[in-house]
Design a protein around this ligand. Sequence first.
Ligand code: SF4
Length: 206
Amino acid sequence: MAKPQDKELLCLDYGKCIGCGRCFEHAAFSQAERVAGCGVSRQELLRYFDCERGAEVEVRPSAPEVRQEIFQMLGRALNVRELDAGSCNGCEAEIAALTNPYYDLERFGIHFVASPKHADMLLVTGPVTRNMAVAVKKTYEATPAPKLVVAVGACGCSGGIFATSHAVSGPLDKLLRVDAYIPGCPPTPAMLLTGILEVLRRTAKR
Ligand code: SF4
């Protein structure tokens, strides 16, 4: 979303959001969607609010129905390699929930694989600690095309609460080309699903 030029607006960076909820004490956020766009560019995680009107300047369309979209776009399963680049494990807990009987990720034709050599997409969590920086690059090199890279959580998007740590080399987009971002601390399973879908849709348009 491009920044509107005509007036002073309040900008909120969802790439840094850790979900404390304090922004909702401000009237401008009363009509805003709580969940930012998922699987979008870094720039699109910046959202603008008109304090005079008490509303977001450009409200996003609601997320499409995931199952229908996946079946329309994929001729085969999407293989995903999850890569922990120094996460607190909060994002992993939500990603793991995708495979439980409630979310049942496999019914959408999305599989987690054990090796980057079998993956279409890397789902990367954490701020990329110094110790993980080389592993992240090697994992990327081992992944075949289309090599989709998705930054997950506030840490993946911006470094989150660890961004200024001396032990961090990230965020991820300092090291690799990132195709899309899924904000949240952590993102919910529904946000993860929506984000993966959005990445696929944008890739299909290229
Ligand atoms: S985004 Fe939040 S939940 Fe995910 S790894 Fe970072 S601190 Fe943990």
